[in-house]
Write a protein that binds this ligand. Structure first.
Ligand code: NZQ
Ligand code: ZN
Length: 381
């Protein structure tokens, strides 16, 4: 096992009817900016619950944070924070609202220059406004991690940053808020959490049997509970299990002390930036292609995964692991090939070149460069 520091300071408040606890979670006297997305929270009653919980408190609002939150929009919220002297941010929505709010929190206090540098130049974030969250979509794990992914419309870029300063202070996870999710977002959420586990598990053996079994437990639970939610959207127990899986899939625990991949995510972000696909739609296309391309390097973990998660006993286990995973994604109703979206190879060279321009190598052994990215993209067709 590798050396690691595990520190996750986010308080998780889980369960039915927990939004009312907001009034105790946000310190009194704070000037709050509540951020949200395109309006789902107004339709499903979450907005009203938040407002009720914060009655009598000073609450400003900033709505309209897009899926794949845009830098251009977020900078408007940064101006509000500075002008109105906001001292607490409350994100109400899915991963995009939360990621956007993490960026607002960091950018509002960023003084050296253009906050875009936080994303483009990895400028260190040494302070941020405190933030909390009411999560309405289980998928990203953003509710309990220090990552955020932000898009810039003008340059077609989608870039990530991380800082311990943007861990949410608390996250309220009420699975009943998920009842109103469109089917597509449920499919996406299951797939995103699944791939988060795989990015931290499907590498090479690292003498970390506990992390391996925790990862296997997470994907097995997703395989069991995910379809239940799709069949019965108001199945509280299944919703609750999905929420808890998605949070644990990317809260730092299963990735502690083990090698991590993230090739699928890095290529996936480019596919969103270039073609506008949803985050999870890109992942289920790219993951099987990465595994095919890296089948030799990942052979031992592919076999372990095939045996323990899918119960494969004979045959080409690595190959079956890939096929069963793709079949699982398809069973959720997701497409696993770019051609199904009408996407051809025209822009593959430009996408692959971006990794060279950034001087980036991908994968658990940092051996995937732009040539390999292009080969992987070919396998996505
Ligand atoms: O904008 P509103 O109106 O709220 O609607 C949203 C949005 O249209 C809707 N929605 C959310 N909760 C709902 C609901 N509709 C009905 N009922 C509810 N309860 O769902 C749509 C998608 O929301 P979004 O927040 O974009 O989805 P998700 O949570 O999947 O977040 C995706 C973003 O997170 C990033 C992705 O790249 C993408 O930008 N990620 C963040 C990570 C992190 N911070 O650790 C890691 C991930 O790998 C990922 O990259
Ligand atoms: Zn993801």
């Amino acid at each position: 096992m590798q050396n690691f520091i595990y520190h996750n300071p986010t308080k998780l408040v889980f369960g039915r009817g927990t939004i009312g606890q907001l009034r105790d979670l946000i310190p009194a006297g704070q000037r709050i900016l509540m951020t949200y997305g395109g309006g789902s929270i107004r339709k499903n009653g979450v907005y009203d619950q938040v407002k009720r919980a914060l009655r009598g408190r000073r609450v400003l609002e900033f709505g309209g944070v897009e899926p794949n939150p845009r830098y251009e929009t977020l900078m408007k919220a940064v101006s509000v924070c500075r002008r109105e002297r906001v001292d607490f941010l409350l994100a109400v929505g899915g991963g995009s609202v939360l990621d956007g709010t993490k960026f607002i929190a960091a950018a509002a206090l960023y003084r050296p220059g253009d906050p875009w540098d936080i994303l483009a130049k990895h400028a260190p974030v040494s302070q941020a406004l405190p933030l909390g969250c009411v999560l309405t979509l289980p998928a990203t794990g953003s509710e309990s991690n220090m990552f955020a992914v932000i898009s810039r419309e003008s340059t077609r870029e989608k870039l990530a940053f991380s800082s311990p300063c943007v861990f949410p202070l608390f996250s309220i996870l009420d699975p009943t808020t998920n009842f109103s999710l469109p089917r597509r977002q449920v499919q996406n959420g299951i797939a995103d959490a699944f791939v988060h586990v795989m990015e931290q598990y499907l590498t090479y053996p690292a003498d970390a049997p506990l992390q391996d079994r925790q990862a296997e437990a997470l994907v097995k639970t997703l395989i069991e509970e995910g379809p239940k939610v799709l069949r019965r959207p108001r199945h509280f127990a299944a919703r609750a299990n999905l929420v808890w899986c998605a949070t644990q899939a990317l809260n730092g625990l299963i990735g502690s002390g083990v090698p991590q991949d993230w090739t699928t995510h890095m290529i996936g972000h480019e596919l969103t930036a270039f073609y506008g696909l949803d985050h999870a739609q890109t992942l289920v296309v790219v993951l099987p292609a990465v595994w095919k391309h890296q089948q030799k390097a990942k052979a031992r973990k592919l076999v372990q995964y095939a045996e323990r998660v899918w119960g494969v006993k004979r045959g080409n286990k690595a190959d079956l692991a890939i096929r069963k995973t793709e079949a699982f994604f398809r069973s959720l109703g997701l497409k696993t090939r770019l051609s199904e979206y009408g996407i051809g190879a025209e822009q593959f060279p430009e996408i692959a070149a971006r990794f060279d321009q950034r001087g980036m190598k991908l994968g658990e052994r940092q051996r995937i460069g732009s040539r390999q990215v292009r080969e992987i993209l070919e396998l996505c067709r």
